[in-house]
Design a protein around this ligand. Structure first.
Ligand code: TXA
Ligand code: MG
Length: 320
């Protein structure tokens, strides 16, 4: 029995009010949403995703006024970041309020908060009197979904309703910033470029060192966002030579390559277009009849930082 997919906002709102879980579109990737103030609803999200309880959820608000319900003592610069990038793909990790249940924050004394830009989700949030806790709507560790069909393919039998908002226009997850020891830190590169963040803060955020075991940003797990097939990242000419004779697929930035199936992320070299196409390309090639996926990095600027980050994680060795 597959999930229902549609654009029935009233139905999505009803399910969420009853303590259920609904897959929702955001401008970044699809999310698996539940009432952020209902611990039992949030627990279902962890169960559906098979997500470890130590990995906290992002809380999505529809209005700036709701921030005060979930967070307190905003660090300097937080308001300026919200002014500049909300609604949009920026998550701020802030001191939490007591109203947010422990299950949502994994017991941390901080909460990740963002105001999404997708019009359908904004309408849904407007009909609810609670914010939505939502991780990406994929099984834990797999590539995030950027269409309703991606969600249906993997979680269709576990969620009662998928709200279809079309393909995600950003295509990679939100940029996550936290404030520690008097400084802003980048926990995850994403849909807002570091250059833009730096412009607003007047100072570059510190890039959090990446280690597989590092908390408090378990999204930084090395092997996150990974397809099932091995992914190798590098110069495509060298990779094709090294993998000659194997059945390979290719993810190229601008120029089509052979042999095997190839996905070009952006013929014109537009990083926003490349980000939009990245996860669908990984999914399609993961489903194709090849032994290995070869990919090349894109320029490390703007959205390119998030793209390269996801490609590196996809390529990270996983335990068998
Ligand atoms: O674009 C996005 O952010 C999407 C859409 C659905 O909004 N959401 C998303 O959620 O990517 P998720 O759960 O897949 O990734 C969120 C990351 C997690 O790795 C989590 O560890 C981190 O955010 N996070 C959440 N709350 C945190 C906190 N209080 N401190 C540190 N990291 C936190
Ligand atoms: Mg995720």
């Amino acid at each position: 029995m597959g999930a229902q997919v549609g654009t029935d906002l009233a139905r999505a709102a009803r399910l969420l009010r009853e303590g259920g879980v609904v897959a929702v579109p955001t401008e970044t990737v699809y999310g698996l949403a539940a009432n952020a103030f209902d611990p039992d609803a949030a627990l279902q999200v962890f169960a559906i995703k098979e997500r470890p309880s130590f990995d906290p959820l992002i809380v999505h608000v529809g209005e700036r006024s709701e921030v005060a319900r979930v967070a307190r003592d905003l660090p300097p610069g937080a308001e300026a970041l919200m002014d500049a990038f909300w609604p949009g793909p920026l998550t701020l990790v802030l001191p939490r309020s007591a109203e947010v249940p422990d299950v949502v924050t994994s017991g941390l004394d901080t909460v990740g908060v963002r105001m999404p830009a997708h019009p359908l989700l904004r309408e849904l949030l407007g009909q609810l009197d609670f914010p939505l806790a939502a991780p990406s709507a994929n099984p834990f560790g797999y590539v995030s979904p950027t269409t309703a069909q991606h969600v249906a393919d993997q979680l269709g039998d576990r969620v009662p309703y998928i709200l279809d908002g079309g393909p995600c226009v950003v295509g990679v997850e939100s940029t996550i910033l936290g404030h520690e020891s008097g400084r802003w830190r980048l926990y995850r590169p994403g849909g807002i470029g570091m250059e833009d963040v730096t412009r607003v803060l007047g100072k570059e955020p510190e890039v959090q060192a990446q280690s597989p075991l590092q908390l408090p940003a378990p999204g930084m797990l090395a092997s996150h966002y990974a397809p099932r097939k091995p992914v190798v990242l590098g110069d495509l000419d060298e990779l094709h030579a090294a993998h000659a004779g194997e059945r390979t697929a290719t993810i190229a930035f601008q120029r089509e390559r052979s042999p095997g199936p190839c996905r070009v992320l952006s013929p014109s070299g537009d990083l926003a277009e490349a980000a939009r196409n990245l996860f669908a390309a990984l999914r399609e090639l993961d489903a194709s009849d090849v032994a290995v996926i070869l990919a090349e990095p894109v320029p490390e600027e703007g959205l390119g930082r998030a793209i390269n980050d996801r490609l590196r994680r996809a390529a990270a060795q996983r335990p068998a």
